[in-house]
Each structure stands twice: as C-alpha cells, then as structure tokens.
Design a protein around this ligand. Structure first.
Ligand SMILES: *Cc1c(COP(=O)(O)O)cnc(C)c1O
Length: 395
C-alpha cells in the first residue's frame, strides 16, 4: 500500500501514434538502467565517438562536427540558428507550418533581419520563390523544414540548398520529424547544418538532438565576430567536449546517451532502407483504410510526409472527443491539429517503433467503431483495405 500523498509513478501503456514521441523499444529502455559514469570517464568518451559514427551513418554524411545537442529537437533548432547568426544578419526562412515559424521566431530573437517565404498550410514552400528571395535578399542563412509536422508535408530541399550555396548562404534543414523514417541524405542534399530529434522516427526517449555541420558551417563558427549568445548551445564549446581536448562543458545526461546508442543500434541493425520502406508501407495501408471510410488527408498528395498524416475530421464529429476515446478505450494517442488546422485534423504519426502493421490495423478498427458510434456517416471495411496493402509482408 502506498500512502495517498505518495502515489506510485503513473505507468499507463500507450500506443504512441501522435507527432512524437514514438514508442521506444524495450532494449532501449533497458539501456537506461546501465550504471552512470561521469561525462569525462574514458568509457564515456569512447561512447561519444561511437554515437558520432552512428549519427554520421543515419545522416548519411562525412561531416566531422556531428554530435548530440543537450536537449530535445528545439535545442538543436535554436542551436543551429544562434550559432550561425549574428545580430544584423539576414535570415531567409521558408515557412509552411508551425516549425518554420519557430525558426523565424528564433532568428528574430537572435537579432537577425528575417525574411519569410510563406506557403499555404498543407503545401510545400515553392522552391522557385525561395530561389528568387535568395537572389533578392542575399541572406547569410536559409532555413527550411524538411518534414513539417504541423501539416504533414515533405519539403524538397536540394534545389533550395543549391541556390543558397550559389549566393554564399548557408542552409539549415530541420529533419526532426523525418530522419530515420523518410529518405534524407545530408551530403547529397547540399545542406550545411541538419538537425533532428531523438523521439520521432529514431524512437529514442526525448532529451537529446542529433546535429551535423559541414565544413562551410564550421568556417562560419570560426569567423564569428562575437560569442554565441547561448553558452549552453555553443557548438564550438560542445565540439571541445565531444572531440579533443574533451573539456567539461556540462554534465552529460549519461542515461540518455546510453539510450541513444542502443536506439541507433536498433535503427542501423534494421537498416535505413528497410526502415524507410516499413514507414512507407504503414502510410499506404493507413491511406487505404481511411479511403474505405471516405476520409482524406489535408496535405498536398504530391508532397505527403508518410510519417505524419493530417487526417481530416469528418463533418459533425467532435475531434477532441474522438481523440479522448481513442486514448481511454484503446490507449492510442493521436495528435490534435495545430494552428490553422486545429479541430480540422487528427495528426496520426507512424514513426519509428510505432510504425507497425498491427498499430495501423488497430487504429483503423478503433476509429471506424468510434466514428460510427459518434454518428458520423463513414464507410466500412477499413481494416480489410489496410490489411490487403500489407499482404504477406505484414510482420
Ligand atoms: C517535434 C519537432 C520539433 C521540436 O522538437 P522537440 O523535440 O519537441 O523539441 C522541431 N521541428 C519539427 C519538424 C518537429 O516535428
């Protein structure tokens, strides 16, 4: 018996089908129970090297400066921008949702002159418009989100990065939602700084954020005329902890590093190609099931981000109530709509460990039943339609 004023830790079993976090494999959770060592322990320094090598594989890059930022995806977003930008610099941001707007907000806070090229929600930022804006404004930094989690679109970036390079600008790309679930090749993309998050398609616990900087970005760090405004996110100082001379900067969150190492091992054992194919199959099956119900997605069909599906809420249905029922009756979490899509969509994430045929089928069965009970006029046969997409490939 536990006294009422010291209740047990709540430990509900969830199936995480929202915009992140995603389900974490048991062996990754177990890795966090490994005894703590200090941040300068020789074994810890070996671990840093191994994690950096894993990150290079996942990012598909040979960039030397590749490490984990000490925080969630936002720490990498903020770190990427504040390390490259000095007050008065021009920063061009392509925005088509919440996360692009955040990049612009951070750049403004860092004292930059921010120019935004905006796209309607559910569409990509037009690469031609970006190219024209780069030629016109001559920014120091161009920032763009690869997988916009608020709208479920996948943004082509290579053309934008090439235009930026032609005009001497550095390109920053946000792959927080997409890395490990959708193809993204850092070296082929031409991007100078790419960051991600731990808890989306990489299925690690939240708390650390992969980032990689190419040689031109490193050069920018050296050429700064004033120190980075953030001590904690200063990449030059983080570099000196991760690499020689291994100087103390902050106490590493050891348990999260263990989880990251084990989680990236899971990713690389599966192999990026197979992992990406698994995400794509789950997306196709979800679409087939939704189609049977007569439900569509709010994103441009030509640029859909398979790992995040903005599912349109049928007319007359209370979006919030359905989400609550999925959680209460099935332990399934899906995300609410954000910004302009609030109340209009559910954001169904199929990320990392969560992207499994069983989860897709369970979600569709639950959704079909709940929508019928809520009085929505929907079709039937969602599970059968999805199952036929998996065919014999279902695991
Ligand atoms: C989730 C997300 C972030 C923010 O990451 P946090 O881990 O929540 O800090 C940034 N960009 C995109 C595209 C995201 O999906």
């Amino acid at each position: 018996m536990t006294p009422a004023d010291r209740p047990d830790l709540p430990a509900p079993r969830r199936i995480l089908l929202g915009p992140g976090p995603s389900d974490v494999p048991a062996r990754v959770l177990r890795a966090m129970a490994t005894p703590i060592v200090s941040h300068l322990d020789p074994e810890m320094l070996v671990l840093l090297d191994r994690i950096a090598a894993q990150l290079r594989e996942v990012f598909r890059t040979t960039n030397r400066l590749t490490l984990l930022m000490p925080g969630t995806g936002m720490s990498a977003m903020e770190g990427a921008i504040v390390n490259l930008v000095e007050p008065g610099d021009t920063v061009l941001v392509g925005t088509c949702g919440v996360f692009g707007r955040r990049m612009a907000d951070i750049a403004r806070r860092a004292g930059a002159e921010v120019v935004e090229v905006e796209a309607p929600w559910g569409r990509i930022v037009d690469p031609d418009a970006m190219r024209r804006a780069i030629a016109e404004h001559r920014p120091r930094v161009v920032a763009i989100v690869h997988g916009e989690t608020s709208t479920g679109i996948e943004q082509p970036v290579a053309e934008i990065a090439a235009a930026a390079r032609d005009h001497g600008a550095l390109t920053v790309v946000d792959t927080v939602a997409s890395l490990g679930g959708v193809p993204f090749d850092v070296d082929a993309s031409g991007a100078d700084v790419v960051y991600s998050g731990s808890q989306k398609c990489l299925s690690c616990p939240p708390g650390l954020a992969p980032i990689t900087l190419g040689p031109r970005a490193e050069e920018r760090l050296r050429a700064r005329t004033r120190p980075v405004q953030s001590f904690y996110l200063d990449l030059t100082l983080l570099d000196r902890y991760w690499n020689e001379p291994h100087v103390y900067h902050h106490t590493a969150a050891t348990s999260l590093y263990y989880a990251m190492y084990e989680g990236l091992r899971v990713v690389l054992e599966e192999g990026l190609e197979r992992r990406i194919a698994r995400h794509a199959a789950c997306h196709r099956a979800l679409l087939a099931g939704l189609e049977a119900l007569g439900i569509g997605l709010a994103s441009d069909p030509e640029h859909r981000l398979p790992v995040l599906n903005p599912v349109e809420v049928p007319d007359g249905v209370d979006a919030h109530r359905v989400r609550r029922r999925l959680l209460a009756e099935h332990g399934i979490e899906v995300g609410a709509g954000l910004g302009e899509l609030a109340d209009r969509v559910w954001r169904v994430g199929l990320m990392g460990e969560s992207a499994r045929p069983n989860n897709v089928l369970l979600l569709l069965a639950a959704l079909e039943r709940i929508l019928r009970e809520e009085g929505a006029r929907c079709g039937t046969g969602a599970v059968e339609a999805a199952a036929s997409v998996f065919g014999s490939a279902a695991d």
